[in-house]
Design a protein around this ligand. Structure first.
Ligand SMILES: Cc1ncc(COP(=O)(O)O)c(C=O)c1O
Length: 315
């Protein structure tokens, strides 16, 4: 496996598409349940995104071999392994190349012990989502070192003030068990809801076309990533998931995934959050000192016809 580091998963994805040879006018197939900014990786290659729908298990409903794409993106949602069989069948039938989008699934494996993001010829992970770093993503490819552009230079990226403050609150919370970070985060969400009517940061449509910033990773983020104690981090995430599971069931909330299989390193606890479960989830989040997250904005093309389960899923 050849590894290249980037600042964002979107740059790693853009590079994967470039290595596949995706260019002007090509079609790239993505799940319609995707955060809208991922489309920028496709648009920056001059290609056109087309969508396949996923069911409530987050598996593709139907990958139509008549809709021939140059590349197809398979997402391991929340670090849970996507079943790749349907993708492999589709790719065989029309010559498309699979990119394993493992943005959420750092350290996660499938039941056969294969590391997510490395199960196909091209995979990405956005480790900045799992460990607290200002940036950081990985492109993995089975291509040889010599067939891939050299590692981009590292840059110095100062931590932004928001991250410094949140890290400070997180440290206090860890040592005192006082839920300072949770209070600050709920406060920020309330302010945002008051100002914009939504708890999710509002973004304009350019996010679907342009990846912000530069692709170069910062050295400090990569260093922090390389120092992660993998077994400690995996146990911490799995233990938290297993502790919360019975509470979720007791509260009558439906988990997105039936079980936590061997090898899965979950990004969070994905659930179907209906309007009446919101306050139960908030209480649970306070109890376990975790943050509630809604799925970010869907692509503008998908939003008007998005099924209910797309709108309910959060973690
Ligand atoms: C499934 C998926 N893939 C890729 C990305 C892009 O990662 P990044 O924000 O690091 O560019 C995201 C971002 O949320 C995502 O949810």
């Amino acid at each position: 496996m050849t590894i290249r580091y980037f600042s964002l998963g979107r740059f790693a994805m853009r590079e994967a598409l470039s290595l596949i040879g995706v260019g002007a006018g090509d079609l790239v197939m993505l799940p319609s349940f995707i955060c809208r900014d991922v489309l920028a990786s496709v648009h920056e290659r001059g290609a056109k995104p087309i969508f396949y729908d996923v069911d409530s298990n987050l598996q593709p409903k139907f990958l139509d071999p008549e809709r021939k794409s140059k590349a197809i993106i398979a997402v391991n949602y929340f670090g849970f392994p996507q079943n790749l069989e349907a993708f492999e069948k589709y790719a065989r039938s029309c010559g498309s190349v699979i990119v394993e989008d493992n943005a959420h699934g750092l350290l996660s494996r499938d039941e056969n012990g294969n590391l997510l993001g490395q199960r196909t010829d091209f995979g990405i992970t956005s480790f900045r989502k799992t460990i607290r770093t200002p940036d950081g993503a990985i492109l993995w490819t089975s291509r040889a070192e010599t067939q891939v552009s050299a590692q981009l230079g590292y840059v110095f990226r100062p931590k932004n003030a928001r991250n410094i403050i949140l890290n400070f609150f997180a440290t206090i919370q860890r040592f005192t068990n006082f839920p300072l970070l949770n209070w600050v985060q709920s406060g920020l969400k309330s302010v945002r809801r008051g100002l914009t009517g939504s708890v999710v940061p509002s973004v304009d449509s350019t996010v679907e076309r342009i990846i912000p910033g530069v692709p170069n990773p910062s050295r400090s983020s990569v260093k922090k990533f390389l120092k992660v104690n993998e077994s400690v981090e995996i146990s911490r995430r799995r233990n938290l998931y297993n502790t919360i599971y019975p509470e979720i069931i007791r509260l009558g909330i439906k988990p997105v995934f039936e079980s936590l299989k061997d090898g899965t390193c979950p990004y969070g606890f994905p659930v179907f959050a209906t309007a009446d479960s919101q306050s139960k989830l908030s209480n649970l989040a306070r109890k376990y000192r975790v943050t509630l997250m809604s799925w970010p904005d869907l692509p503008s093309e998908v939003l008007p016809t998005a099924p209910d389960h797309y709108k309910q899923i959060g973690c």
